[in-house]
Design a protein around this ligand. Structure first.
Ligand SMILES: [Zn+2]
Ligand SMILES: [Zn+2]
Length: 315
């Protein structure tokens, strides 16, 4: 445990106000990244409340002024084990904000965890940032998610868990793609595809091919893009548990690409496969939304193509 500078926590009384971190390099660096919890000033040396170590102030005056509000939530700092349980309790119901509240303690979790524990820790925090990125579009989340996923990739190699490694790489690449970092995204998808191919994880290979295909299509290389998307579709049905999901995604993207390149001949044989995949996904998920919506979408588009008279969307 760290904490050469930790003074023993005072009881909840004005005495707490006097207690500051003496500011070891570690603490003052961590603290100066934030802002004063009372006046909001940034870029100044901050000192943490020594009782909870959750909030920082620029000085005694702000701490004193903020105490009336802060004392309602100021609780003694949790042990690493307690933090571990808190993170799990937030992660499983998908409370990403709750998980990220503990990110300041992540280093401690990693320092004391087994490989399996650390895999969960890195998964929980990277997942929380991915969800944060989805709902806030904050670029801070993107950078953190990538960093943590790359750390997890390293750990997974060590643990010889190659399927998860490939999936984590795809997740990194998806974020890079969303950030329009095409080159880096392509490099990372290629890494994922190699992992999937080397270890026979077709769902990983399919996912990586989808990403690479999307990039090639957007990049004005439709031939290459179509080939990659065909590969993605070819690999998808071979994946075990998530057959429906991967097939639907892969087929939908291939169908879109075929429309975009006017390769109508190839479309018709894909229609029954697409419907099958949608049904498989619906069964697996026990519901028809949103797979059915996508089915409607594709059906509607196919219906507009006069050269496929045999396909009558019976929806
Ligand atoms: Zn202040
Ligand atoms: Zn406090």
């Amino acid at each position: 445990m760290k904490g050469g500078d930790d003074l023993s926590p005072s009881p909840l009384s004005p005495a707490t106000l006097e207690v500051f971190s003496k500011g070891s390099t570690h603490d003052s660096m961590a603290a100066s990244a934030g802002s004063c919890a009372h006046c909001g000033r940034q870029g100044v040396a901050l000192k943490r409340c020594m009782r909870c170590k959750e909030v920082s102030y620029c000085g005694a005056e702000c701490q004193k002024a903020g105490w009336k509000g802060h004392k309602k939530t100021c609780e003694p700092r949790k042990t690493v084990e307690e933090v571990w349980h808190e993170v799990r309790a937030c992660h499983f119901p998908g409370d990403w904000r709750g998980v990220l509240k503990w990110e300041g303690r992540m280093e401690e979790l990693l320092a004391e965890g087994t490989d399996a524990n650390n895999d969960f820790t890195l998964h929980a925090f990277s997942r929380a940032h991915q969800m944060g990125l989805k709902s806030t579009k904050g670029s801070v989340h993107a950078g953190r998610a990538i960093r943590l996923l790359e750390m997890r990739v390293e750990l997974l190699v060590k643990m010889e868990r190659f399927r998860d490694q490939g999936e984590a790489l795809c997740a990194v690449a998806d974020i890079l793609l969303a950030l329009d970092k095409m080159k880096e995204a392509a490099t990372t998808y290629t890494r994922a595809r190699d992992v999937g191919a080397a270890h026979g994880f077709f769902s990983v290979e399919s996912d990586a091919c989808l990403g690479l295909g999307t990039i090639a299509m957007n990049d004005g290389r439709p031939e290459e893009g179509l080939d990659l998307l065909r590969n993605a579709v070819a690999a998808a049905p071979l994946s075990e548990a998530d057959e429906g999901a991967y097939s639907v995604n892969a087929l939908r993207m291939l169908i879109d690409a075929l429309f975009a390149t006017n390769a109508i001949d190839e479309l018709e044989p894909l229609v029954p496969r697409f419907r099958e995949a949608v049904q498989a996904q619906s069964r697996r998920e026990g519901r028809f939304q949103p797979a059915e919506v996508r089915n409607f979408y594709i059906s509607a588009r196919l219906h507009e193509v006069p050269c496929i008279p045999s396909y009558c969307p019976a929806l």
